[in-house]
Design a protein around this ligand. Structure first.
Ligand code: NAD
Length: 484
């Protein structure tokens, strides 16, 4: 299938932190792929900016190596890579210092979109915003892209919003949540709002419950000191899982337009109920299989930070009254998988005798691996054995539908960076959304901190702490299997 590629306006994109991990793994390979697809105009330019004292040749060599490592071989075209690298330059700059800013200004061209990707530690966001103005590098059309984490609580998120707002208008600030750039996540909106099939059923009358799972097999190795300050609630729930929940739960926006969509998401966040202590399970993975546990990888041997969290969330509005959303995420689990599963209720009356064969309809949206969707349906078991029922999946693997290899589905960052250039903020978080999410999260974290609760230990390679199973069992439900 050939996708329609519409070139974006010409741009100068500055990547602060251009030598960092995120730039190497995602941003620069993603830009190459957009160039290869013909979406970047010939005269667009990418400028790496970081503290390292590098020549332009040395930076280009780094970008070339990143493409070789992170772009599928079938997409590596030597001639196109050379053309792409010719559009890349570099300035050595210290976000906190004075050197390099004039050199950067000299590189910026008038009459093209100016975008500045802050792929550096959040403590530098304010300094960068201020210096871009002080050195007259950001014009009125300029955009800034800010990475996660956006604050660690409501107070810090407000402070960050305020500092950015003193230099840029809300329409210029692109707070990235790469989950929103995933094809499947956008497909969730297409499925809901471009089909008549689901929307009439999309409410507590027909939906029994929703499960959102983000399971990782990796631990915190190497990032232990950083992760220990955040934990699963801050690192995954407050941002990524909250965004997924919003897209499932929101009312239809009047148009697929940035503020229309974000207004609806905000209403969902505001309708989230406080969570009772008994509706949360926190875990920390234990040593096992010859590898150290969580505590061995963080600097604090008595750390109470969770590497796993499961919770039951209620949304207090007409549509969702009585339909719980169960969220769980963790590290060192059995398999790497992210999915949303929407479980429908039983038909009001069964005309078949095979009560045991009956299972619920489930719509599963798989974010990884193998992005796609699956709708579990009941059919008649084939053969003459009477009217027996069986459940079968209607399965749409995204890669199959697009005719591409599974590891070649466009990456979230590709889509999001092009949206920045297009000036489309629909898939970026607005300042009030982020603050509302923290306003809901803060009391939950303060609650367990105040109670001095320790997370429960769970075995590496398991599905999480036992109490997480109970969270569902006591409601007569069960988690879906975690399988890769
Ligand atoms: P990194 O440590 O690998 O890279 C940091 C970059 O910032 C380097 O290029 C470094 O030269 C530059 N830098 C540091 N101090 C500087 C200064 N004073 N002035 C100018 N440049 C400076 O970090 P990363 O993993 O690439 O993460 C960058 C940002 O992206 C962080 O906010 C992080 O939270 C976020 N993020 C990263 C990932 C990831 O997978 N790496 C995922 C999501 C979000």
């Amino acid at each position: 299938m050939v996708s329609r590629v519409i070139p974006v306006e010409s741009f100068d994109l500055v990547i602060f932190g251009g030598t960092g991990d995120l730039a190497r793994r995602k941003i620069l390979p993603g830009l190459y792929r957009r160039y290869l697809a013909g979406q970047m105009t010939e005269d667009s330019r990418i400028i790496g900016a970081a503290r390292a004292d590098l020549t332009e040749e040395a930076f280009r060599a780094q970008v070339g190596a990143a493409i070789e490592q992170f772009v599928p071989k079938a997409r590596q075209d030597t001639a196109v890579i050379a053309e792409f690298l010719a559009r890349i330059s570099y300035v050595s700059i210290d976000a906190k210092g004075t050197g390099g800013w004039e050199a950067l200004r000299a590189k910026m061209r008038p009459d093209v979109v100016r975008a500045f990707y802050f792929s550096v530690a959040p403590s530098l966001f304010g300094e960068l915003a201020e210096r871009l103005h002080r050195h007259s590098i950001a014009d009125a059309r300029a955009r800034i892209v800010v990475e996660k984490p956006f604050g660690r609580d409501l107070a810090s998120a407000k402070a960050l919003n305020a500092v950015l707002a003193s230099h840029f208008s809300e329409g210029q600030i692109y707070r990235i949540d790469h989950y929103l750039g995933k094809e499947t996540v956008q497909n969730l909106m297409a499925v809901r709002f471009a089909n008549i099939l689901f929307e009439p059923l999309w409410k507590s009358e027909y939906i029994d419950h929703v499960q959102i799972t983000v399971a990782e097999t990796v631990g915190v190795e190497g990032r232990g000191a950083y992760y220990d300050k955040s934990g699963a609630m801050r690192d995954m729930v407050q941002n990524h899982m909250m965004q997924l929940l919003c897209l499932i739960a929101m009312e239809p926006p009047y148009h697929f337009d940035p503020d229309a969509v974000r207004d609806e998401k905000l209403k969902v966040i505001r309708a989230l109920q406080p969570i009772a202590p008994g509706d949360i399970v926190r875990g920390q993975y234990l040593a096992g299989g010859g590898e150290g546990g969580y505590l061995e990888h963080c600097e604090d041997p008595g750390s109470r930070t969770e590497s796993y969290i499961a919770m039951k969330v209620a949304i207090a509005n007409w549509r969702w009254q009585g339909t719980p959303f169960y969220l769980r995420t963790g590290k060192k689990l059995r398999a790497r998988t992210s999915e949303i599963a929407i479980t429908f209720k039983q038909p009001p009356h069964s005309i078949f005798d095979d009560a045991e064969g009956w299972k619920e309809n489930v719509l599963v949206i798989r974010l990884q691996p193998n992005e796609g969707m699956e709708l579990m349906m009941m059919i008649k078991e084939p053969g003459p054995g009477g009217m027996r029922l069986m459940q079968v999946p209607l399965d749409m693997a995204f890669a199959d539908a697009l005719g591409v290899e599974a590891d070649d589905v466009p990456d979230a960052y590709e889509r999001l960076i092009m949206d920045v250039i297009r000036g489309n903020q629909t898939l970026f978080m607005r300042g009030d959304e982020v603050e509302a999410a923290w306003a809901w999260t803060d009391p939950i974290i303060q609650g367990w901190e105040g109670r001095g609760e320790r997370p429960q230990g769970y075995d590496a390679g398991s599905t999480g702490p036992d109490d997480a199973l109970m969270l569902m069992h006591r409601d007569g439900r069960r988690w879906r299997e975690i399988k890769g």
